[in-house]
Design a protein around this ligand. Structure first.
Ligand code: ATP
Ligand code: MG
Length: 284
């Protein structure tokens, strides 16, 4: 669905924002673009939907070059960017009916979408009276109402309460189940782990790592076990790799003597990869 090779990009008379970007996305895959604020995630998505045609290198989506996308491309694509693009004076239903009317292909049913996103009760309410989370959900519905083959989501769960975020994630997985290809950015490492088949970490405009969440996590090193015990009235803490616990004689002794006061495993997760890739910096 997507082939990017040695992609470079700079905004007018500025330093490069993206450099040597190479990756591909297959049909039916959920591909995550992760990275700190300002890393170039939204810029990369904008190139892929044809908004920034002055790039270097190759960027192709569904067989078309991203600097000259045709109308046939846009009818098959759904885009949900950070900024809601809804008509405030229309109701939720009117908004979806309007965007649906722009397409000649078979679209999703408006009532189904409103129901899936928990907006049925607010269907006939003007969008101007919607809360932020309600607008986020309706904007998502707007983005996918045309039953697109390829979907771009910029921070799909940002600003949603946990129930709405879980519902949104289920809908995204449902779309994947229908064979849709999804490219998404997120700052939420749990969402990335739950949703994405593969993720690319962007750092200062370059891909610093690209793999399945599981393999990236494994590369950060083994899980650890941390335990505490009291020795001469002073609490002590020790850590041992989870795959070497049998060799930890102190641990064996304390376990047999019932002297462990707390014990927990420290599972590596994508947040650790994020910190390693970015060196813990917030600025690229
Ligand atoms: N229209 C623009 N003109 C000039 N520079 C821009 C423009 N848009 C973004 N930039 C710059 O490009 C860099 C990458 O921005 P981008 O919006 O792609 O980051 P991001 O990874 O999406 O960040 P965030 O997580 O905050 O959304 C930043 O340094 C930003 O200042
Ligand atoms: Mg962004």
């Amino acid at each position: 669905m997507i082939q990017v090779e040695n992609l470079h990009f700079a905004y007018r008379r500025k330093e490069p924002v993206l450099q040597e970007i190479t990756f591909g996305v297959s049909q039916g895959e959920i591909f995550g673009i992760l990275g700190p604020s300002g890393a170039g995630k939204s810029t990369l998505m904008k190139i892929l939907i044809g908004l920034l045609p002055r790039y270097g290198g190759t960027a192709m989506v569904m067989g078309q070059h991203c600097d000259s996308l045709k109308a046939s491309f846009f009818s098959r694509v759904g885009v949900d960017f950070e900024v809601p693009s809804l008509f405030e004076r229309f109701t939720a239903r009117e908004n979806l009916e309007f965007f649906r009317s722009l397409y000649s292909r078979p679209c999703f049913q408006v009532d189904d979408m409103l129901h899936q996103l928990g907006l049925t009760q607010h269907a006939d309410q003007k969008v101007s009276s919607f809360s932020k989370g309600m607008k986020t959900r309706l904007n998502f519905a707007r983005a996918v109402v045309n039953n697109p083959d390829l979907i771009f989501l910029d921070e799909p769960t940002e600003g949603l309460d946990p129930t709405s975020a879980a519902a949104m994630k289920n809908i995204i997985l449902g779309l994947k189940g229908q064979g849709k290809t999804i490219v998404m950015t997120t700052h939420n490492m749990q969402d990335a782990t739950d949703l994405c088949d593969r993720v690319a970490f962007l750092s200062a405009g370059r891909i610093a790592a690209l793999d399945t969440p599981r393999r990236l996590v494994m590369k950060t090193g083994a899980a650890h076990l941390t335990y505490t015990y009291v020795d001469n009235g002073v609490e002590q803490t020790r850590t041992t790799p989870l795959n070497r616990t049998a060799e930890d004689n102190v641990l064996s002794f304390l376990l047999k003597a019932n002297r462990i006061t707390s014990i927990h495993t420290d599972e590596p997760d994508l947040s650790k990869v994020f910190t390693q890739v970015t060196g813990g910096r917030l600025e690229p």
